[in-house]
Design a protein around this ligand. Structure first.
Ligand code: NDP
Length: 251
């Protein structure tokens, strides 16, 4: 399938993990992809190189998307290079897990700024250019934690739940301009983000046992759902949350 021929996509946090998988998938289907990262330049270049080696087009743009001005610059540089933005995938995220008794204000702020404010920052930056063209697809990455909660993740779960409320509201604001806003909520995917949790004790085994489909997820599983929601096949779907979690959390 080449559903994104002629399209330009921004994927935040595409230097590794799920973001890398999403960037590769969109590029494989013909999109010119902006690979955003905050500090992992080598990883971002590796994602871009992989895309180029498969015959695609990729541009690396460093920007800390938790910062309003940097998100603006990310979109401005994308427009300068490619002239348009068709797809925005807000994937950048981090965890600072700890119980509330131990949680420091910095740990709360870092997670809210990176996982939630970044979504506002990037959506705000693409809104005008997308409205002008009367065309756009925004896919925000939430989490099973945002749906069901998770001990040790009050900050993370709050940010990921908030992304859902934000997305539904924006979907209502932008629907009349042919812009869709949807959410993908992944379950456990082994990446740098989950390395600590999954390597502890028998957590991997427990995660697999709690998952009806009996395995952990992959970046490709998540990327397939994102690509669908970003494609024209999903042109009548907006404000929805699609769980990609092997059945871990059923709503
Ligand atoms: P990784 O830690 O592997 O990758 C995170 C990416 O986000 C990196 O590319 C990192 O780049 C980037 N990033 C972090 N902060 C910023 C920032 N301020 N500005 C720009 N880029 C930033 O995580 P995953 O791939 O596992 O997670 C991707 C998304 O999926 C996250 O939103 C996460 O919450 C969500 N998710 C993950 C699950 C999982 O099981 N893995 C489950 C559910 C949701 P750099 O190093 O340069 O900062």
């Amino acid at each position: 399938m080449r559903r994104f021929e002629g399209n330009v996509a921004i994927v935040t946090g595409a230097s590794r993990g799920i973001g890398r998988g999403i960037a590769l998938r969109l590029a494989d289907e013909g999109a010119k992809v902006v690979i955003n990262h905050r500090g992992s330049a080598a990883g971002a270049e590796a994602t871009a190189e992989e895309i180029r080696s498969r015959g695609g087009q990729a541009l690396v743009i460093q920007a800390d998307v938790s910062q309003y001005d940097e998100a603006q610059r990310l979109v401005q540089e994308t427009l300068a290079a490619f002239g348009q933005v068709d797809v925005l995938v807000n994937n950048a995220g981090l965890t600072r897990d700890t119980l509330i008794m131990m949680m420091k204000e910095e740990q709360w702020d870092a997670v809210i700024d990176t996982n939630l404010k970044s979504v506002f920052n990037c959506c705000k930056a693409v809104a005008r250019p997308m409205v002008k063209r009367k065309r756009g697809r925004i896919v925000n990455i939430s989490s099973v934690s945002g749906l069901a909660g998770q001990a040790g993740q009050t900050n993370y779960a709050a940010s990921k739940s908030a992304v859902i409320g934000f997305s539904k509201s924006l979907a209502k604001e932008l629907g009349s301009r042919n812009i869709t806003v949807n959410v993908v909520a992944p379950g456990f995917v082994p990446t740098a983000l989950t390395e600590g949790i999954l390597s502890e004790g028998d957590n991997t085994q427990r995660a697999i046992e709690a998952t009806p489909l009996g395995r952990l997820g992959t970046a490709e599983d998540v990327a397939a759902a994102v690509a669908f929601l970003a494609s024209d096949e999903a042109s009548f779907i907006t404000g929805q949350v699609l769980s990609v979690d092997g059945g871990l959390v059923m709503q």
